[in-house]
Write a protein that binds this ligand. Structure first.
Ligand SMILES: [Zn+2]
Length: 419
């Protein structure tokens, strides 16, 4: 019989992810947490009874939950170019490397909301079989989009209500946990206009009804104000980006507080993807190369600050935000999920602890895995990450993982990968 394990650290997140328990130990039995107790309370013969890992002067928090990845994309190559030119085999190899990067950065739960079906489900099978390292994964498989719509080159094209409903069923059959729809065009698809909706609210609603019947959540990408309105009316569970672009490129943002109020009343969540934006802003400031913007936004008077200002208004109106980096797109590397928390603090006015909780407990609840992960409590899966220093003092430490524990097993120790 294998011994139980004990992980001790100078700072361990409390059960609500609102403060530290100093010098505590997480006792793990198999893949689950048995207890979280003061180091002083451990039995004197602890080393005989348990496999003890003293992690030292680190901050031990629940493993990060990131609700937005595209596993076969690259943060350096344009998605359109990459996915239309690389072979499936190459995309699969890229995916395996990407999800390992995410895991070693501290992401132990990853939701992929748009990757080719041939890749996504096989990669998850390989992780589950133990062939390759990776986080536990919730998958959408291909996004559902219109013909020539956003991400058509790795999506399922479905135009009518009947086609969309069939596409939802097809994803369920393949093993999807969640459905992804493209409610508007997007930035890197030449044939899709990010300023206009791709589907009427009635078609999105039909997809929501079908996804709910099949016990899946449904999320939708939206950059246009009318796209947000359609998603809110349709009852989409999570809105991705939720920008407020006007159909006319010369116009400012078309922010609509009435729609935000409905969104909050409906209990819908938003992934604002500002972690990704923060990395882009920092790259630009450092003089690093950037991809050219989509023609539909290049000529726009809307600035980055305008987008942040509307998101802050949404936060003040009590919109609940999930952490999703949009890994693989534009400038969002798989190892940088901690930037979500940084952006929540630097851009959206969160306290450090609110941002840490959003990155763990909050997003775990939003994607309906909160019974298993997201906090360090007895009965939960022992997914944990230790961070350098104290992220409640300096949120940048969310990007400085030292040790990663997945299902009770170390996959990274003292900064060195073990997988
Ligand atoms: Zn995305």
């Amino acid at each position: 019989m294998s011994k139980k394990s004990v992980f001790t650290a100078a700072r361990v997140a409390n059960a609500d992810v609102t403060g530290w328990l100093p010098d505590h130990a997480v006792v793990v039995d198999g893949d689950r947490i048995e207890s979280v107790i003061p180091v002083d309370g451990l039995p004197s013969d602890v080393v005989d009874q348990y496999e003890v890992h003293d992690l030292g002067d680190v901050s031990l928090i629940p493993g990060l939950v990131d609700a937005h990845a595209h596993m076969h994309c690259s943060a350096t190559l344009e998605a359109y170019e990459l996915v239309t030119t690389e072979s499936l085999e190459m995309l699969a190899i890229r995916s395996a490397m990407n999800i390992r990067d995410a895991l070693l950065s501290g992401v132990t739960t990853l939701r992929d909301i748009g990757s080719k079906n041939e890749i996504a489900f096989q990669v998850r099978n390989a992780v589950r079989a133990g062939h390759i390292p990776g986080p536990r994964m919730l998958l959408a498989g291909t996004p559902i989009t219109t013909t020539a719509g956003h991400c058509w080159f790795f999506g399922t094209e479905a135009d009518t209500e009947a086609e969309v409903v069939q596409a939802v069923r097809q994803q369920k059959k393949l093993g999807a946990d969640v459905i992804k729809m493209m409610a508007t065009g997007g930035m890197f698809t030449p044939s899709a206009n990010p300023r206009t909706p791709q589907y009427p609210a009635s078609t999105l609603r039909a997809a929501v009804v079908e996804a709910e019947r099949l016990e899946m959540q449904i999320v939708a990408h939206t950059l246009a104000a009318q796209g947000v309105r359609n998603c809110v009316e349709a009852g989409i569970h999570h809105l991705i980006h939720a920008r407020w672009y006007h159909p006319d490129v010369t116009q400012p943002l078309d922010f609509d507080p009435e729609t935000v109020k409905k969104l909050v009343d409906n209990g819908q969540w938003v992934d604002p993807t500002f972690g990704h934006h923060l990395i882009g802003v920092e790259r630009r400031a450092a003089g690093l190369p950037m991809k050219p913007p989509h023609p539909a936004v290049a000529a726009s008077p809307v600035t980055e600050e305008d987008n942040i200002e509307t998101a802050v208004k949404m936060k003040e109106m009590r919109v609940r935000f999930t952490t999703g980096l949009d890994m693989g797109m534009a400038t969002a590397p798989f190892a940088r999920s901690g930037s979500n928390a940084r952006a929540f603090v630097l851009n959206l006015g969160y306290t450090e602890w609110e941002a840490i909780a959003a990155s763990t407990r909050g997003t775990a609840g939003a994607i309906r895995v909160g019974d298993d992960v997201g906090t360090l409590e007895p009965g939960k899966i022992a997914d944990m990450v230790s961070l350098e220093g104290d992220p409640s003092q300096d949120i940048a430490n969310m990007e400085r993982s030292v040790d990663v524990i997945q299902s009770g097993k170390l996959v990274k120790l003292g900064g060195a990968a073990l997988v």
